[in-house]
Design a protein around this ligand. Sequence first.
Ligand SMILES: C[S@@+](CC[C@H](N)C(=O)[O-])C[C@H]1O[C@@H](n2cnc3c(N)ncnc32)[C@H](O)[C@@H]1O
Length: 541
Amino acid sequence: MTEERFQRAVACFQRRELASAAALCDEILADQPDHVRALGLAGLLALLDGRPEGAAERLARAAALEPSSYDILSNLGTSYVRLERFAEAVEVYERALALRPTHKPAHINLATAYRAIGQYDKAIAQLEPLLAEGGEDAPLLAEFARLKVLANELDAGIRLYRKAIAVAPALLTARQGLAYTLQLAGRQSEALEEYGKIAAGLPQDARAQADLGLALVKAGAAGQAIGALRRAVALEPKNTTARAALGQLFRDSVPSWHVAMLNDEPRNAAYDAAIRRAVRPGSLVLDIGTGSGLLAMMAARAGAGHVYACESVPVIAEKAREIVAANGLADRITVIPKSSLDLRVGDHLPRKADVLVSEIVDVILLGEGIVRTLAHALAELVAQGAASIPRGGAIHAMLVDSPPLYHCDRASRAAGFDVSAFNEFSRYNYFTTNVRYYGHRPLSRPVEIFRFDFTRPPVRSETRTVELPIAESGTCHALVSWFELVLDDQGRVTSDPASRGSHWMQAVHLWNRPRAVKAGDVVAITASHDADHVYFLVDPD
Ligand SMILES: C[S@@+](CC[C@H](N)C(=O)[O-])C[C@H]1O[C@@H](n2cnc3c(N)ncnc32)[C@H](O)[C@@H]1O
């Protein structure tokens, strides 16, 4: 009766009627819990059904009852592997192998289990004899290569992967392993070549595109990396590796202030108005540092005949082109992915421009190279007497009492310890913030520090001592500086802390040791610039 039932279970199993086979085994085991063959078959069925826990339990009982069954031990080993109980898998695979010392799958299984517990030498010892027998098994060669790499024998791993690829050129694990190992060995250009081949052969495979993207990042080819990573994300939107790498690349090449700048309505409105005043129907306009293309589009809307818009960061230039096209202005704006310093009339512009627009200023006004850039453009790229928006600017500053600002960039004690030496790292720099968000009290009136006319180069380096009369007694923590950008006779934009919402924010120059001041005192600071950088010496102690 039981035997007949078991035979029916086997027949069901052979016909792939797995649920019926399992039900019959359960019936047998209900009557005879120690029926070894039913336990073995039930274990295998549980394994096939994706229930390794149930499989391991039944197969372990079967193996205890019949320790000399290779199949039971082998299936038990597989159950343990699935459960990531690798040490137990090694133990049962060793026992299985003792029963069939020449059985290739047993060696491979054992090698896999040894690899999983980090015993690479033992894993290698399992595979070495198999390869000696006949080295034409590509998956085996690839697995052996992997073990060699794990054992830090990179050159051997590379050789074996190449051998596996020679046998089976399409074997992806070998191709990926080779590329990875070349990278590990510092052979970046060979690794890149391999990743390139894999990605070219698998254009619809997100991992292949992501791997290529990451290899391109390592090789410093950001532009191409962006392309590959974009493809990976398009193929698999949830690919977090590709998304993170793409995010990092964009962060590195596109400063995050671009978006805050685009949302700075007072800035946009002032530029728009100044551009409308300067542009005549048919004007040829040059926009230096077009970013999203915004000022170029304003100029086109104001009636320019054509706008040439340059942008030195390629990925930003590509985006400007996309935005210009999306706004229906592709035929009136030419985006040039170059620095203005590399433009030539005749090559990039048909003639010198009638109007120059730019907005290449940072919190300290000069830090983005506006002086140098406009001097070059006025000399080489725009017509005599052409309007330049902006045409000048000024830097202003005031003294403030503000413990919260001071504590943004100076430390004294932490958890009872003196950590003040750490301040050396910040004391030679200003930091940028929106001082409106920190309680502060002005101690002096705002004072103009420098004024620039960008249209009359050269702008010469300057150092001056500025005396700031104290209007209110208090503790002087910082000099806060900002700028005013002169667009034309009527238009200004400013990052004055009193003007709400400027995306530029302000530069905060801290005293290392706060200084008590009283109304009527005069605080002298030294300010200098070299047309590129601005430095405030507030506290020489
Ligand atoms: C502050 S953003 C302004 C973007 C845009 N004009 C706007 O107003 O919204 C300045 C841009 O100029 C680019 N840039 C700076 N100097 C440049 C130069 N000499 N030639 C071309 N691009 C430049 C930067 O990469 C950046 O994208």
